[in-house]
Design a protein around this ligand. Sequence first.
Ligand code: UT7
Length: 332
Amino acid sequence: MTKINAAITGVAGYVPDYILTNDEIAKNVDTSDEWIMTRIGIKERRILKGEGLGMSDMGVKAVEQLFAKTGTKPEEVDLLICCTITGDMQFPATANIISDKMGIRNAFSFDISAACSGFLFGFATAAKYVQSGMYKKVVLVAGDKMSSIIDYKDRAVSPIFGDGAGAVLLEPTTEDLGLIDEILHTDGMGRKYLHMKAGGSLKPATHATIDAGEHFVFQDGRHVFKHAVTEMADVAAKMMEKHNLSHSDIEWLVPHQANQRIIDAVANRMEMTKEKVMVNIEKYGNTTNGTIPLLLNEWESQLKKGDKLIIASFGAGFTWGALYLKWAYDPK
Ligand code: UT7
């Protein structure tokens, strides 16, 4: 039987217009452009402003662009998966809301919650549906409205995050292209270093939880940093060893954008030169689920059929992993 692979056949991305600069952040907390650039590598990030706008609105913008670029019609979509930790509501799934707004009526849809590794976990999941032969067009949306859960009076987290979303179309191919392999991990012990304290079933929202600022991101940055550097570099190196790949075999490293120092550590371990590492953290910060598709969208015009990509991430959960894929199309 011919093997079916799952390949990305189109990519799109959306970031809101509003630019939040380091200088504006420094008006609220004791920080500086110099500290943020040196310790994190972020110059600015985008913020979704306006009443009544949530993650689904950014997802819709990305999917509209994806449909226009790939000539996809809503009725052709078999499945839509949305990876986010800042869904429009606790329930229903934001994937359902995006499908409704896009007129996608012949598909089922659901959300995946894996924080910064969401795109990797979502891609691996979506690929299984495509590889089964039952699903021909799968839309994977990934993004976050991080500004909805950030305390702009907390200097430990406010400089890091931004808003944005991306989307890819996955389709079957019998060529040796698309997702080749995945190594994915979770360690729930890591939850103590990065989480939101209230708003879930463990601690529902009350006046007291709001007064205590428990609906914002809590992060013990130093601990997360140590784990991120080690695990993300280890898993990327493991993928290279598993497939007997040296740095010269890989065209692109696509790393989650959490901190320029983490990206550099992973690239160094893989011996990848700067020109082969996708980086846009300076412009957008950490958009959590959005970083990887936003990178792929920005670099799309440079990607060629057969290019070997390693995608690597680390995030809340803890969740981390690496994907090995071969790009499926030349620039259009
Ligand atoms: O994508 C999700 C996963 N998240 C990550 O991967 C994030 C991983 N962590 C990090 O990127 C870094 O740990 C941070 C960027 C969050 C923090 O950088 P750091 O170099 O680890 O700083 P630190 O937490 O060790 O703090 C060093 C000092 C402290 O002061 P003292 O105790 O040495 O006097 C902090 O209070 O820097 C201080 N500090 C700041 N100073 C100016 C912390 N945040 C700021 C700030 N501006 N914004």
